[in-house]
Design a protein around this ligand. Structure first.
Ligand code: SF4
Length: 377
């Protein structure tokens, strides 16, 4: 099993909290499309022969729904010609509500898209305004309803909590709306303030209140209670799904399967120990790929980095970290050291071990990243 990620680095507006790689000027968008096609061909030997067929394709960004549907079809067709794509491949498009219309939905389906990840973020206008999103609450609701009406059953929503003006009641209403819309997958992110974002400067200048950790924690609890009521699996710290509706693409990242990233700033992993990432500059990417050059930087993970990465990623998963597999990969000594380091969090009820799986408890999920860091070598 293998996955392909395609980064579409354009957005209509810059959301104030965002630090992804994107541009709001689109003068070179057709050259970008041609470069993505060219890079897909340049990377034709990326996967090892035993990697199996490509089982997931993911258009992320940026805002992939900004592309004409015919271009999305062109990219999927190009990938199908170069790589063996499985008959039941999950093909996801990240789409913003303002791009979702009945006709576009039909064209995306014809292109082969069978899953949508919709960037709703909130169903409350006041939130969307300070975020500088390109859509309003009504558009968000209508977009999800239209996608369902079009017969796309595999729909995920992105929502953000712990934001400056979001009350606990507002968050509950956002979750309720997702439930009312019959959504089977939710990616819910606690707002973070990244350096060099407009949000960072707004808080620094006192134009927005700083984040409130207690509120974020309460709203995370609300999220977990909501998931229980919906019968959703909280299968990764920020991802919740009805049984059988997990994101196959993102799950493959967390399982350490190989994936190829195409486009500026896209990351790739060979499934063993080598990562690479493309230059995060649209014009430099286009110029490099046009000349047939490699535009990536490669890192071979050290043993310590492999261990730390496994701890960080697996602890965020509902199934936790398989201690037997950990010992098999890194040795009994490393396994014993891990359990010893975990003792404090085990005693404090933040971690538990069940059937050889080291897992966060509900209490521990509030501190997932810091607990993982404490276990690092
Ligand atoms: S649409 Fe997405 S990628 Fe674009 S600026 Fe907003 S959050 Fe960032």
């Amino acid at each position: 099993m293998a996955g392909i990620y395609i980064h579409i680095p354009y957005c209509r507006k810059a959301c104030h909290y965002c630090n992804f790689h994107f541009s709001t000027t689109r003068y070179n968008i057709r050259q970008m499309q041609d470069s993505l096609i060219q890079e897909a061909a340049l990377q034709k030997d990326f996967f090892k022969s035993d990697a199996g067929p490509v089982s997931t394709i993911y258009f992320g960004g940026g805002t992939p729904s900004i592309l004409p549907a015919a271009w999305i079809a062109e990219l999927i067709e190009c990938i199908r010609q170069i790589y063996p794509v499985g008959a039941t491949a999950e093909i996801t498009l990240e789409a913003n509500p303002d791009d979702i219309h009945p006709e576009t939905l039909q064209n995306w389906q014809q292109a082969g898209i069978n899953r949508l990840s919709i960037g709703v973020q909130s169903f409350i206008d006041k939130d969307l305004e300070w975020m500088n999103r390109a859509h309003n609450a009504q558009q968000a609701y209508q977009a999800v309803a239209a996608a369902k009406h079009a017969g796309i059953h595999d729909i995920s929503l992105d929502l953000i909590y712990g934001t400056p003006y979001l009350s606990d009641q507002g968050w509950q209403e956002n979750l309720q709306k997702a439930a009312d819309l019959g959504v089977r997958h939710l990616s819910a992110y606690a707002l973070t303030v990244e350096p060099r974002t407009a949000l960072f400067k707004m808080i620094e200048k006192g134009k927005l209140p700083p984040l409130n950790g207690l509120k974020q924690s309460r709203q995370f609890d609300q999220l977990m209670r909501w998931a229980d009521l919906q019968g959703f699996e909280h299968y990764e710290i920020s991802n919740l799904a009805a049984p059988g509706c997990r994101s196959r693409h993102n799950s493959s990242y967390w399982q350490g399967l190989p994936y190829l990233g195409l486009g500026p700033a896209a990351h790739s992993f060979d499934g063993l120990m080598t990562r690479k990432w493309n230059v995060d500059n649209n014009q430099v990417y286009i110029q490099g790929i046009t000349k047939g050059k490699d535009v990536s930087t490669t890192e071979v993970l050290s043993l310590d980095n492999q261990i730390n990465e496994m701890i960080m990623i697996r602890l965020r998963l509902m199934e936790g970290l398989d201690l037997g597999a950990f010992r098999k990969q890194f040795g009994d000594l490393a396994g014993a050291a891990l359990v010893q380091k975990a003792q404090k969090a085990l005693n404090e009820g933040q971690l538990t071990i069940e059937n050889e799986q080291l897992m966060l408890t509900r209490k521990g999920k509030h501190f997932a990243d810091s607990i993982a860091v404490d276990l690092f070598v």
